[in-house]
Ligand binder design. Sequence first.
Ligand code: AMP
Length: 281
Amino acid sequence: MELITTVTAMVALQAQAPRPLGLVPTMGFLHDGHISLVRRARQENSTVVTSIFVNPTQFGPQEDLANYPRSTERDLEALEKEGVDIVFMPSTGEMYPAGFETHVDPGDIAIPLEGEARPGHLIGVATIVTKLFTITRPNHAYFGQKDGQQARVIQHINTDLNLGVTVAICPTVRESDGLAMSSRNSYLNNAERKSATILYRALLHAKELFNQGERDTSNIRMAMINLIEAEPTAYIDYVSIANLETLREIKRIDQTTMISLAVRIGEARLIDNLIISEMTE
Ligand code: AMP
């Protein structure tokens, strides 16, 4: 496994690398969710590149950039074990040298949900992913459904800018009690960790109502909110029931739908989602 820290070396290496090349972008502090993407990439590509870069432009001024958890040695060991060929781990200055000022704005799809709760976040994501795509020139790139809006934003910029990457969106990996794996779960103390299952419980409750025939989104949203508000340490940022493609809120579930939510528990701001459609059981 090669550890690459400069853009020049990464560009040179990918130009020589056996194809297809699969890219798995991460911010490190790897867990089984990340590893599931790496395994899929390993199955489908001759060369696997994993990037580890805590991207400052996707954090707001009041957010957790300075405290974002890091575990570089452990991450490198895990990636080596998975048979990754190249780890791209640039410094902030390498990715954003003096004079950097171009940003990628994905448009309407980045306005609601995370876009509204975290102004500039998805522009930061779109910008760094565009840079990673142009530096590593992947044939395939792998993202998690866990960050549902982010996944749609990446598909959208890939199409709009003709980046030519096959984007795979992989299922959310969960702890045994349903909590979606996330680097930010490390912020939770024991009591908060127990409360954090409320996100998935609320999503499952929504799915159950849907399976019982409920299609009115205001009823489903209200049931979710009531459940979450009964959890003393949980504060709702948003509960959304939206069309999966446009991410616009809908009144009735008669289309493929993403139910998503953001909830604050202690120091952590957690997100999760489920996709439902008439095919959902
Ligand atoms: P991050 O390091 O949080 O930026 O995540 C890197 C990639 O891993 C993103 O595409 C995430 O959507 C994906 N990811 C994070 N958590 C999970 C999870 N629990 N299951 C599947 N993919 C995940």
